[in-house]
Write a protein that binds this ligand. Structure first.
Ligand SMILES: CC(C)(COP(=O)(O)OP(=O)(O)OC[C@H]1O[C@@H](n2cnc3c(N)ncnc32)[C@H](O)[C@@H]1OP(=O)(O)O)[C@@H](O)C(=O)NCCC(=O)NCCS
Length: 169
């Protein structure tokens, strides 16, 4: 299988926050944002592997700033690292100023997807080769995040998490 670049998996979507997606303070529901992130991350995962990709875990989500009713929100998803059948997808979320058009980062999430066949069984996917400095940083850190996620899911023993050991001694 030919290796691919993270660039080939980029998926972008833009939303406007509508009344039915907000709470009583007119701020976007976290659950609505999670669904948007899951959807665009699935497109990104699909662009990388050209297979059906299912969400295996949500590894990290930060809701750094509230998002207001009427805000224009852009989500950009990109595969940061591919393993045998699973891949990490990072979603960067930004809010666009309605007057200046300048975007500011508001949220980030990290999801793991697994490519599956028609029977729902995991299938192998292409490797990824990072190109930019940021892509290389995210690629390297993805292994630590994978080990942490697998430990939390009860699928890896802490003693096997070599990358985490090097971090925590
Ligand atoms: C995700 C799923 C396909 C994994 O199947 P499985 O039989 O557990 O397969 P495995 O244990 O062999 O894991 C397959 C890959 O997923 C990875 N994986 C599984 N759980 C993971 C987790 N919690 N975090 C990170 N990676 C995980 C494994 O490390 C493995 O990766 P690799 O092949 O790249 O090394 C299966 O659990 C599933 O279908 N889950 C439901 C998915 C779904 O419906 N999502 C929508 C949300 S409702």
């Amino acid at each position: 299988m030919t290796a691919k670049s993270p660039r080939e998996s980029i998926a972008v979507t833009t939303k406007v926050v509508l009344p039915h997606e907000t709470n009583t303070l007119a701020k976007l529901f976290g659950g609505a944002l999670l669904a948007w992130m899951d959807e665009i991350a699935a497109v990104s995962a699909h662009r990388h592997c050209k297979q059906v990709a299912v969400t295996a875990s949500v590894n990290n989500v930060s809701f750094n700033v509230p998002i207001d009713l009427g805000d224009i929100v852009t989500l950009e998803a990109k595969v940061s690292r591919a393993f045998r059948t699973s891949m990490e997808v990072i979603i960067d979320v930004s809010i666009e100023d309605r007057v200046t058009g300048i975007r500011r980062m508001s949220n980030q999430a990290i999801y793991t997807f697994v490519a599956v066949n028609a029977a729902g069984e995991p299938v192998e996917i292409p490797e990824i080769v990072p190109e930019t400095e940021e892509e290389r940083r995210r690629y390297d850190a993805a292994l630590r995040r994978r080990q942490l996620s697998l430990i939390l899911a009860g699928k890896m023993k802490p003693s096997e998490a070599t990358e985490l050991k090097s971090l925590f001694g």
